[in-house]
Design a protein around this ligand. Sequence first.
Ligand code: PMP
Length: 397
Amino acid sequence: MKNIKGIRAQFPILERVTPTGKPLIYLDSAATALKPQCVIDAVTDVLTNRTANIHRSVHFLGDEATELYESTRDIVAAFIGSEANEIVFLRNTTEGLNLVAKAFSGKGRIISSVGEHHSNYLPWQEHDVHRLSLDDNGDINWFELEQELSQGDVALVSLAHSSNVTGYMLDLEKLVNMCHSSGAKVMIDGAQSIPHTQIDVAKIQCDFLVFSGHKLGAPSGVGVLFGKAELLEEMDYWLHGGSTVESVTQHSIEAKNSPWKFEAGTPAIESVVGLQAAILFLLDLGMDNVESHFKSLSEYTSICLRENLPLVNVIGGIDKLQGPFSLTLPGISPHIVARGLSDRYGICLRSGFHCAQPLHDFYNVGASIRLSFWLYNTKDEIEQAIKGVANFINLVK
Ligand code: PMP
């Protein structure tokens, strides 16, 4: 990334010194991304100058808050190539996946995979679901998918675009073509891919896409469900209350159109406005630049791992095109390493199953330690983290 110094300067938390007096090295962006100053400013501005509820208060503050909230819908739509009325604001990816799962209850068979995040695994427990197996790189078994589709009655195929453990990027065009030719709808869990990949739903033609604002620099509390207009219109909403109806009398209820019928109660207004700022920040940097920086950090991680940790198992293989990188370590608990990296070197990364326990189970591996990066990270930080992990492994040899 050109001007990485200038980019880092826009993330005030990177100035922080850790409790043990080290500069912060943040390699946990797959869990949540750091927030740039423009997002902090946008949220502060709403809280300081524009506090009002939306869609109801007829005063100038209500107008301004509503305008900011609704203009975010336009910006998200432009960002992913949809129409504004196809964008639903929910709390996070998890809520979007659950909403669609509930709407598809009893509508036919579901296909997903063993590699999904728990948020795209557990909502299907009550459905007639088939979970595809994976190959050694983390790709789905396409032959199995074809066979399952050919049996008919598949209502929906729900898969992650990019795994939060292996980083494997699914071929979306191939997936959608295959599923649509069998009459199945497709939902993409874009939680991990959208922060570093340009997604154009008009081109891909997926039926649903879900992602969380907090993984692309926005505050937590807002997630996006994209759904094709005609599908959202016929879908049931599950939360009922203020903002979901045009009118209610003692004898009748007239629901609002989508997307508003799905946004019950007062939403996370300041988080939505923060999402707008985060997307404008990314567009200003250019998604192409963000993506190529991500790929070059991934390439460097493979090289650095080979040099420093040749015996460590990388789930989904070491030569991946895109992170994150999840490592299972010989003879030492990943939690102890993560704690030690934080306390000794100021390095923050994640240990455990990363909410993808069935994936670890499928590959028959234990908990792992995960390095995940984003647009503010440098090769030097990755090298320090990998050398730090190597130090801990050497200690227990
Ligand atoms: N899917 C994937 C692939 C994820 O990585 C995550 C978050 N780790 C989720 C879903 C859930 O996202 P959230 O917690 O924001 O709902």
